[in-house]
Design a protein around this ligand. Structure first.
Ligand code: SF4
Length: 186
């Protein structure tokens, strides 16, 4: 599969995102390079530290919710540190002020950068595909303790809907008893 694509376009985004899990080489950086963050580092860190209790609260609240309402899939396996999920972080495009704030937060606070200047269509939604400045060469996270919620949740095993796991990343979604009950096979 060709991953050395400089731009993510509508006609290749599905192919990339559905097959990138087994890639062993990183994609090229955006043509124009990775833009510098204009927000000072101390300010970014301060915001991340202030937000951390909320992120953790949200994360553990979701864990508790999963114990109460069991989802049809559970995550098994281990990260192979290929870094592919961090090379292609997908963010839905929002309109108006919300869109501006989300872009600001993603790029200036969370450390992501856009791989495509314009949004592309993925799963019938307009999305931006982003890389991450914190991803290390060995596939580890350079901001592990302060990483955002999206990274803590990944790979997403939704309560409803199909699990979102990159092929070959090391994780798999295993069907639980709830799944078979829902299928009427219990
Ligand atoms: S913050 Fe860490 S875990 Fe999240 S995308 Fe960046 S490198 Fe990956």
């Amino acid at each position: 599969m060709e991953t050395k694509l400089k731009l993510i376009r509508d006609d290749n985004v599905n192919l990339i995102l559905e097959n990138v899990g087994s890639e062993t080489k990183p994609p090229l950086e955006p043509e124009q390079g990775i833009p510098k963050q204009w927000l000072p580092k101390f300010f970014r860190k301060m915001v991340q530290v202030i937000c951390l209790p909320l992120v953790l609260l949200d994360f553990y609240a979701q864990k508790v919710a999963r114990l109460i309402v069991r989802p049809p899939f559970k995550r098994v396996g281990q990260c192979k540190r290929r870094g592919n999920c961090c090379h292609y972080v997908v963010m839905k495009k929002s309109k108006g002020l919300m869109g501006v704030l989300e872009k600001f937060w993603a790029t200036q606070i969370n450390g992501f950068y856009f791989r495509n200047e314009k949004p592309v269509t993925y799963q019938e939604k307009q999305v931006y595909v982003m890389g991450c400045r914190y991803l290390q060469k060995d596939g580890s996270c350079g901001n592990y303790k302060l990483r955002p919620m999206i990274c803590r949740q990944w790979p997403v095993i939704a309560h409803f809907g199909w699990p979102n796991i990159l092929k070959g990343c090391g994780y798999e979604a295993k069907k639980t008893k709830v799944y078979y009950k829902m299928q009427g096979k219990s």
